[in-house]
Design a protein around this ligand. Structure first.
Ligand SMILES: [Cu+2]
Length: 471
C-alpha cells in the first residue's frame, strides 16, 4: 500500500485551477492533471473527500481514480497510453492501458452524480471509450463511427453524463476493440447507491477486478493480438498467481466481490469454505427472489457478477476460476499426455543431443514445480506458488481469501498464513487397521445390446491431434 504521492498531488490541486491544455468545448474547465499510477500493488480504498460519502471498493492489484469537483460535476482524466504491467514478480508485459496501468483505474461515483471524463489518447492509433452498462445519452456511449468520431492520436475528448443507476460496470474501447482489449485496455466502474437501497446491503469489504487474458510467448513482452482462444496467461486485473493479492476479511464481515469478464471465454469463479449469493449484475441489483446459495458462478463474456457472503469461516480459502487450464501460467498446449509412459533411458539419450531436454509429465504435471527447469527471461513457471506446506501448483486466475478473527476493520494487509488449530488439518495416517476400500471394476448395465462387441476388452490408445483451442 504505497505510492500515495500522486493522490496527494491531486489533493493539492483539487478545487483550484490547473494550467493545462484547454478544451475548447468545455469553456469553464482546464483539464484536470492526469494522475498516473505505476505500482501494481493493491492500493488502499479511496475515501471520497468531496461529494456524497460511501464505503469505497478495493481494486485487486489496482487503484481508484481521484477526481476533482468542478461546480458540482465530478471530473476525471483518463489517459489511454502504452504501459508496462508487471503480471507477477519476474514477468512484465508491454500493454496498453490507462494512466500508467492495465487495467485502468477504477472509477467510483454515486448514483445521481454528474460525471465528466476527459479522455486523452496517447496511443499510436485512434480509440474511444464505451461505458458498459450505463444509461446515458446515445452520443456518450462511445462506439466509434456510430456514436462519435474516434478520438485521434494526440487528442482529448470529453464524455459527460449522469450516473443514473447504482451498480457494477466497466469501461473499454469501442474502436479497434479486438486489438485494444487484447492489449489490456479496460477498467472497472462502480456507482454507489445515493440512499439506502432495498436491494443493496452495506458491505464491510467490497472488492472488484476484471477477468482478462493474454497470449505472450515466453521471453516476449507484447501480447499476440490475433489470438482468439488459445491464451497462455489467464489474468485477474492483468495479474497472475502468485502475483494476485489475497482478499482479506475479518471474521463476520460482509464481503462483496465484483467481477467483470472481458476475455474470450467464460470463467466459473469458485470460492472455498463459504457460499455466496449473486446480488447484482451489470443489469442492476438482483431481486431477492432470484438469489440462491452458490459456491461457483459462471461469468460469461461481457458479463459482470457481484457475489456476496458473510466471511464466517477463518482460514486461507482458495478462490479461483474452476477451469483447471486457467490456473496455469504460460503453458504450451501442444504437449502429448505422458502419464504412465516410461521414459527410462530416453531422457538420457536425448540429453546427450539436447542438454536442456527434460521429460515431463510421467507421473502427472506436479513434477513441474520441482524442476529446476531453465526458463527464458520474462516468463513464469506454469504452476507455482510457495504455500506453507509446499507448492500450491497453481498459476493464472487464483488467489486466496484470508479470513481472520483479528483482522482490523479497514486493514487490507496480508495477515500471513493461517495457523491451523491442533487436530483440524489433514495428516498422514501411519496406524493399522484401515477400513476396507472396496473398488468397483464391474461393467455397468447397458440400455441396449451392443453390436460387434470385441471378444475381450482392449485398451484404447488414442493419439489426440496436437493443439486444442476450445477452452
Ligand atoms: Cu477461467
Amino acid at each position: 500500500m504505497n505510492s500515495r504521492r500522486d493522490f496527494i498531488k491531486l489533493a493539492g490541486i483539487a478545487g483550484g485551477a490547473v494550467a493545462a491544455t484547454s478544451v475548447s468545448k468545455v469553456a469553464m474547465a482546464a483539464l484536470p492533471e492526469p494522475i498516473i499510477q505505476t505500482s501494481p500493488d493493491t492500493m488502499a480504498p479511496l475515501f471520497p473527500k468531496t461529494g456524497r460519502p460511501y464505503n469505497p471498493v478495493v481494486t485487486l492489484n489496482g487503484w481508484t481514480l481521484p477526481w476533482r469537483m468542478n461546480q458540482g460535476v465530478k471530473e476525471f482524466h483518463l489517459v489511454a497510453e502504452p504501459v508496462v504491467r508487471e503480471m507477477a514478480p519476474g514477468m512484465k508485459a508491454h500493454l496498453w492501458g490507462y494512466n500508467g496501468q492495465s487495467p485502468g483505474p477504477t472509477i467510483e461515483v454515486v448514483e445521481g452524480d454528474q460525471v465528466r471524463i476527459f479522455v486523452t489518447n496517447k496511443l499510436p492509433e485512434q480509440t474511444s471509450v464505451h461505458w458498459h452498462g450505463q444509461r446515458l445519452p446515445n452520443g456518450m456511449d462511445g462506439v466509434a463511427g456510430l456514436n462519435q468520431p474516434a478520438i485521434p492520436s494526440g487528442k482529448t475528448f470529453v464524455y459527460e453524463f449522469e450516473a443514473k443507476r447504482p451498480g457494477t460496470f466497466m469501461y473499454h474501447p469501442h474502436a479497434d476493440e479486438m486489438t485494444q482489449m487484447a492489449m489490456g485496455m479496460m477498467g472497472f466502474w462502480v456507482t454507489h447507491p445515493k440512499n439506502k437501497h432495498p436491494l443493496i446491503e452495506e458491505a464491510d469489504r467490497d472488492y472488484c477486478f476484471l477477468l482478462n487474458a493474454y497470449d505472450i510467448d515466453p521471453g516476449a513482452y507484447t501480447p499476440k493480438i490475433m489470438t482468439m482462444l488459445n491464451f497462455n496467461l489467464w489474468t485477474w486485473n492483468s495479474r497472475v498467481f502468485p502475483g494476485i493479492s489475497p482478499l482479506v476479511a475479518r471474521k463476520g464481515d460482509r464481503v462483496r466481490i465484483r467481477v467483470g469478464n472481458l476475455t474470450m471465454t467464460n470463467h466459473p469463479i469458485h470460492i472455498h469454505g463459504h457460499e455466496f449469493e449473486v446480488t447484482g449484475t451489470d443489469g442492476g441489483p438482483t431481486p431477492k427472489g432470484g438469489r440462491w446459495p452458490e459456491v461457483t458462478v459462471d461469468v460469461a463474456v461481457g458479463q459482470m457478477r457481484q457475489m456476496e457472503f458473510i466471511a464466517d469461516a477463518v482460514g486461507d480459502w482458495a478462490f479461483h476460476c474452476h477451469k483447471s487450464h486457467h490456473t496455469m501460467n504460460a503453458m504450451g498446449h501442444d504437449l502429448p499426455t505422458l502419464i504412465g509412459v516410461d521414459h527410462t533411458g530416453i531422457s538420457k539419450k536425448v540429453h546427450s543431443l539436447i542438454p536442456d531436454y527434460m521429460a515431463m509429465g510421467e507421473r502427472g504435471m506436479a513434477d513441474m514445480t520441482e524442476m529446476d527447469m531453465p526458463l527464458p527471461d520474462n516468463t513464469l513457471p506454469m504452476m507455482t506458488g510457495d504455500g506453507p506446506f509446499g507448492s500450491v501448483e497453481m498459476g493464472g486466475m487464483f488467489s486466496v481469501l484470508k479470513v481472520r478473527d483479528n483482522q482490523k476493520p479497514g486493514d487490507y494487509t496480508d495477515p500471513g498464513w493461517y495457523q491451523h488449530p491442533k487436530g483440524t488439518q489433514a495428516y498422514e495416517y501411519t496406524g493399522e487397521g484401515l477400513p476396507p476400500a472396496p473398488s468397483s471394476a464391474r461393467s455397468g448395465p447397458a440400455a441396449m445390446k451392443a453390436q460387434n462387441m470385441p471378444a475381450t476388452n482392449i485398451e484404447v490408445q488414442v493419439k489426440k491431434p496436437v493443439g486444442h483451442s476450445n477452452h
